[in-house]
Design a binder for this molecule. Structure first.
Ligand SMILES: Cc1cc2nc3c(=O)[nH]c(=O)nc-3n(C[C@H](O)[C@H](O)[C@H](O)COP(=O)(O)OP(=O)(O)OC[C@H]3O[C@@H](n4cnc5c(N)ncnc54)[C@H](O)[C@@H]3O)c2cc1C
Length: 439
């Protein structure tokens, strides 16, 4: 008989997992629940979103489902490098040998959903939106949702399961139900920088500005405030502005004029791309915080598993969270093959194999970029020089940290052991920098 799988969270990891499980013939009956409305029916402006880059890891996981990688790539933009914009209009381009693919998170979810419903011609999949998980009963193997009907009335729904997947993101409700279970430990920390999404124009011809396509553009202030923008269409660049959550002038701005003045003063070569409407929207957008999550393990017996951000949310600094979430799905799929779908063996082994990499990724993502100007310059020199030296003498100069992270599927734990000293140096320097900032 088919196992009944309940996936909580129709984000990238939950939907990709449904794709993978549907390939396993009649073995699984899948139900996906999400607290939000179906993104295919929500106007894009109302969606809470940001650009997300997929690298070799994420693309490899997509590639295992026929047609999925191409469909996702068709919605995205190839990224061949980063343009670092200096204070006085000076630009440095750091090129890539292999492209990343950038697309909007909501667009990624829509594409995965469209392909899922297009592929599934069976009755083995049901999707439930506007259904918020409010409780899970691990012993009884049942879960309770609050469903909002079309008339905005809340109803309680119950679902029983053989396998419950918590793919419900960094603030996971399913993970909360692990807390009273034996030997489960959780470390949740706020990343010291908050962010707001930002949509700028891509070009302003009278001002002679045109953001180079197929590149991430970055601007950075001495206090660590950073803007990252990706030209995602002919007209628009979408990105984020990140700023210290302690002592930052940006969050104190109250009027559209102050926002425009802030960009004019601090990011003069970006400011002509910020419209009055965007300055107002930016003011009204909520400040978002990011959590990092480290769990001791991700399974409960043979019936509950955490994946994606629910298991290991990380700072977005390296653009790895979504890629690692996709890797989880691939690892789980391999274990299902290895153990012929025996969940008694698959679930504990998922924790054993994934935990070292997930913890390493949190460590790597916490401090990959120096906040101090001098160490940041050292990083750029190391990157440029390292690339040349690696090409000349690969046996003496290893592949750079960022290439290992984005262009390979080398496990995160191996990457951390090779670059532990550099990561520790940046961490010390950033702690000192942030302490000075908050004085
Ligand atoms: C600013 C920013 C930039 C980023 N850039 C990148 C990048 O470039 N590359 C990259 O790889 N990663 C990036 N990330 C990280 C990436 O977005 C996440 O790692 C990825 O979305 C995780 O996918 P997920 O499916 O595990 O969780 P989520 O995307 O968080 O999805 C969780 C889903 O669960 C639903 N849900 C939550 N609670 C409940 C509940 N109680 N009941 C029912 N449903 C629920 C939510 O509505 C959501 O749909 C970025 C993150 C941020 C914040």
């Amino acid at each position: 008989m088919a196992k009944r799988v309940v996936i909580v969270g129709a984000g990238p990891s939950g939907i990709l997992l449904a794709h993978y499980l549907l390939r396993r013939q009649e073995a699984y009956q899948i139900e996906i629940y999400d607290r939000r409305p179906d993104p295919r029916s929500v106007s894009f402006e109302k969606a809470r979103t940001y650009p997300l880059t997929l690298n070799a890891r994420g693309l490899h996981a997509l590639r295992q489902v026929p047609g999925l990688e191409d469909s996702v790539k068709a919605q995205g933009t190839a990224i061949w490098g980063t343009v670092v914009h200096g204070r006085k209009g000076k630009m440095r381009t750091l090129s890539r040998q292999k492209p990343l693919f950038a697309l909007d998170r909501t667009q990624l979810v829509i594409t995965l959903l469209e392909k899922l419903t297009e592929t599934d011609q069976s009755d083995r999949l049901t999707l439930h939106f506007n259904c918020k998980c409010i409780a899970a009963h691990f012993e009884r193997q049942s879960i309770t949702f609050e469903s909002i009907t079309e008339n905005s009335v809340a109803e309680e729904l119950r679902a029983d399961y053989d396998l419950l997947i918590g793919a419900d993101g960094a603030h996971s409700v399913i993970r909360n139900h692990f807390l009273p279970t034996e030997e489960f430990t959780l470390e949740a920390q706020c990343v010291p920088t908050d962010y707001k999404t930002l949509f700028s124009l891509r070009r302003n011809e009278p001002a002679g500005l045109d953001l180079k396509p197929e590149h991430i553009h970055s601007w950075r202030l001495e206090d660590g405030t950073t803007v990252l923008a990706v030209p995602t269409s002919e007209a628009i660049a979408s990105g984020v502005i990140t700023f210290s959550c302690n002592n930052n002038s940006f969050v104190k701005l109250n009027t559209t004029t102050q926002v425009l003045e802030f960009f004019h003063q601090n990011f003069p070569d970006l400011s002509p791309l910020i419209t009055d409407a965007e300055a107002e929207a930016l003011l009204n957008r909520p400040v978002s915080q990011v959590l990092t999550i480290r769990c001791s393990h991700y399974h409960y017996g043979n019936s509950v598993l955490l994946i994606g951000d629910a298991a290991h949310a990380v700072s977005p600094s390296l653009g790895q969270g979504g890629n690692a979430a996709f890797e989880d799905v691939e690892v789980l799929d391999r274990l299902l093959d290895e153990y012929s779908d025996d969940l008694n063996l698959v679930l504990p082994d998922f924790s054993t194999r994934r935990q070292p990499d997930a913890h390493a990724l949190v460590e790597l993502s916490d401090s990959p970029f120096p906040l101090s100007k001098s160490l940041f310059l050292e990083l750029i020199v190391r990157q440029k020089l390292g690339k040349v030296l690696h090409q000349l003498l690969p046996q003496h100069f290893p592949t750079s940290l960022f290439e290992l992270l984005s262009d390979t599927t080398v496990p995160y734990s191996e990457i951390l052991s090779s670059y532990r000293r550099w990561i520790a140096k940046v961490k010390r320097s950033n702690q000192k920098f942030l302490a000075q900032q908050s004085q």
